[in-house]
Design a protein around this ligand. Structure first.
Ligand SMILES: [Zn+2]
Length: 123
């Protein structure tokens, strides 16, 4: 279910800025299923590539990749559809891509001034 969230974007020493986001909330079950799916997929890939010399490094890379991607899926409480928010310091639009999985409080790096405003849901 898509919902529109009102956001506060804060950066120390600057006035908070309002933003908004259209996003789909992911349930705990959905996140767990996706995380388990990635883990299982990369375990199979690891089992497949272990036959290629030098054997262990390929399997280790596949398993580590699976764990990292599974962890990322588990932490993605919202799937972004559209994000509108500007950096409180320089006013540049913050780079949050659609289809990105996020969780609040969300730290976003501003590529213009290289500060990290924190995005939270307004109560
Ligand atoms: Zn900035």
């Amino acid at each position: 279910m898509t919902q529109t969230l009102d956001l506060d974007i804060r950066l120390g020493g600057h006035s908070p800025v309002a933003g908004s986001m259209m996003a789909q909330r992911r349930s705990t079950g959905e996140r767990a299923t996706r995380a388990a799916g990635f883990l299982i997929l990369f375990l199979f890939i690891g089992a497949g590539v272990v036959f290629i010399p030098p054997h262990i490094p390929w399997a280790a890379v596949a398993i580590v990749t699976g764990v990292v991607l599974a962890f990322k899926q588990w932490r993605s409480e919202y799937r972004v559809q559209q994000f509108d928010g500007k950096c409180p310091r320089c006013g540049t639009e913050l780079p949050v891509k659609s289809e990105e999985g996020v969780r609040f409080p969300l730290k976003v790096t501003c590529f213009e001034c290289h500060h990290e405003p924190v995005v939270t849901i307004r109560d």
